[in-house]
Write a protein that binds this ligand. Structure first.
Ligand SMILES: [Zn+2]
Length: 235
């Protein structure tokens, strides 16, 4: 579809820095994770043990912890209160495994304590899904079809996806800071080991920053296209 070739898309260069940052962040998270996967924690606990122990000590016996396939597929699902950890994290006792397990436990704690940004984020999911799938194509088609209405509707829809990315940032940063405090506070990591877990979680945070930057720059680009369309129509 020639319409979507970059050369036909005005201002596409604006998004380039975010694409480069995303590539760097993905490289960084993989390399940092692999590096600290090789460093065992002195406590000898596995990711699953860390998650279950922290949950129990916080009174969250209703949260299940289970293993799932894949690499860096770890997540907490608030719908069925289940913490799913990848094999390397679930069975592993590395600084990387413990950092990720405690981070996901942090999300379960956010859910249990009605942490506001998490609630806002969950509420935005349906709108953000529509916005990220339909907003951009609709806006770009609108631009080429000279339809200000389609372009503006695309921008409104896409804004929901941008908002979702923005709200994701405090949720992720908060889960990581909870994780590091819990690991050290409960004696699961020694002070000198915390740095390794922090490096893994900081690299993961960079991927969220890159995604947010990409979404914001894409929105700026659509707004510039709307200005261009307005100018073209006034000629
Ligand atoms: Zn997270």
């Amino acid at each position: 579809m020639p319409l979507f070739y970059p050369m036909y898309q005005p201002y596409v260069i604006i998004v380039l820095p975010a694409i480069l940052l995303s590539l760097y962040a993905q490289f960084k998270v993989q390399s940092t994770f692999q590096r600290y996967l090789q460093v065992p924690a002195a406590s000898g606990m596995t990711g699953a043990e860390v998650a279950r122990t922290l949950l129990r000590r916080q009174g969250l016996d209703n949260v299940r912890v289970e293993a799932i396939p894949g690499n860096l597929t770890d997540h907490y699902d608030p719908r069925d209160r289940t913490l799913r950890l990848s094999q390397q994290v679930f069975y592993g006792n590395s600084l990387a495994a413990l950092g990720v397990a405690a981070h996901e436990t942090g999300h379960a704690l956010q859910h249990a304590t009605d942490y506001v940004p998490l609630g806002v984020r969950s509420a935005l999911v349906p709108a953000a899904n529509i916005g990220s799938q339909m907003g951009l194509p609709l806006a770009v088609f609108g631009f080429f079809l000279n339809s200000g209405f389609m372009l503006q509707l695309g921008i409104v829809l896409y804004s929901a996806a941008v908002l979702f990315q923005l709200v994701t940032l405090p949720v992720e940063f908060n889960a990581s800071s909870r994780a590091l405090a819990l690991l050290e506070g409960h004696g699961m990591l020694a002070r000198q080991e915390v740095g390794g877990a922090r490096a893994v979680l900081s690299a993961a945070a960079l991927t969220y920053i890159a995604a947010t930057l990409a979404a914001i720059l894409q929105l700026v680009r659509l707004l510039l296209m709307a200005g261009l369309l307005g100018g073209r129509r006034n000629d």
